[in-house]
Design a protein around this ligand. Structure first.
Ligand SMILES: Cc1cc2nc3c(=O)[nH]c(=O)nc-3n(C[C@H](O)[C@H](O)[C@H](O)COP(=O)(O)O)c2cc1C
Length: 186
């Protein structure tokens, strides 16, 4: 059987982002039979329905095509003012417009990393609400919140905290089963 194609989406544009670093770690921790590529969000313009209607910018077209082609989305989200980063919300908005909105029936797993102690606990519920309303199927559990992120990565952005690595491994095992389950139900 072909590998499940996972599209990794980090909601942070920072080079030294903890979310992006954790997402890259997920590629190491994934069970066999899954491979990950990464979406780029930093070149997608701010959503404007007039622009959408006139013809999608290449970057938005690329993002929609990548989401559509993926068997599952793995989203690593920072928490900005208790909610999503503008970059992530913007990309979701571009993907969400009909025709053929690309999140329809897509299996999705989410996690968050934050410098605060709660690890982005608040953003995850916004993300679930938003993705649910566009018929994305977000894995309910396990939930992974990487709090106090600077203490869990080394200077090169390697996730060194073993407990967090185990949490992410468990999430990925659950995500694989979730995707297979969704594919059977189709
Ligand atoms: C605009 C802005 C708002 C933020 N708001 C929150 C917040 O509500 N909760 C939180 O835990 N951290 C907040 N932070 C701190 C982030 O957790 C921190 O910048 C983190 O490193 C972002 O993720 P990244 O490392 O993947 O870029 C905020 C940061 C920015 C830039």
């Amino acid at each position: 059987m072909a590998d499940l194609k996972i599209l990794g989406i980090s909601g942070s544009l920072r080079k030294a982002s903890f979310n992006t670093a954790a997402l890259r770690t997920c590629a190491e921790l994934m069970p066999a039979g899954m491979t990950m590529t990464y979406a780029r969000l930093d070149d997608i313009p701010i959503f404007n329905q007039d622009v959408f209607d006139a013809g999608l910018p290449e970057s938005a077209k690329r993002f929609r095509a990548e989401v559509a082609a993926a068997d599952g989305l793995l989203i690593a989200s920072p928490e900005y003012n208790f909610s999503l980063s503008a970059a992530l919300k913007n990309a979701i908005d571009w993907g969400s417009r009909p025709p053929n909105q690309v999140f329809q029936d897509k299996p999705i797993a989410i996690f968050s990393a934050s410098q605060g102690p709660m690890g982005g606990a608040r953003v995850q519920y916004d993300l679930r609400r938003i993705l649910g309303q566009i018929w994305g199927h977000v894995l309910p559990r396990p939930e992974v919140f990487i709090g106090n992120a600077p203490s869990k990565f080394d200077a090169h952005g390697k996730l060194t905290d073993e407990t967090t690595r185990k949490f992410l491994s468990d999430l990925l095992v659950g995500f694989k089963a979730w995707i297979v389950r969704m594919q059977v139900k189709k």
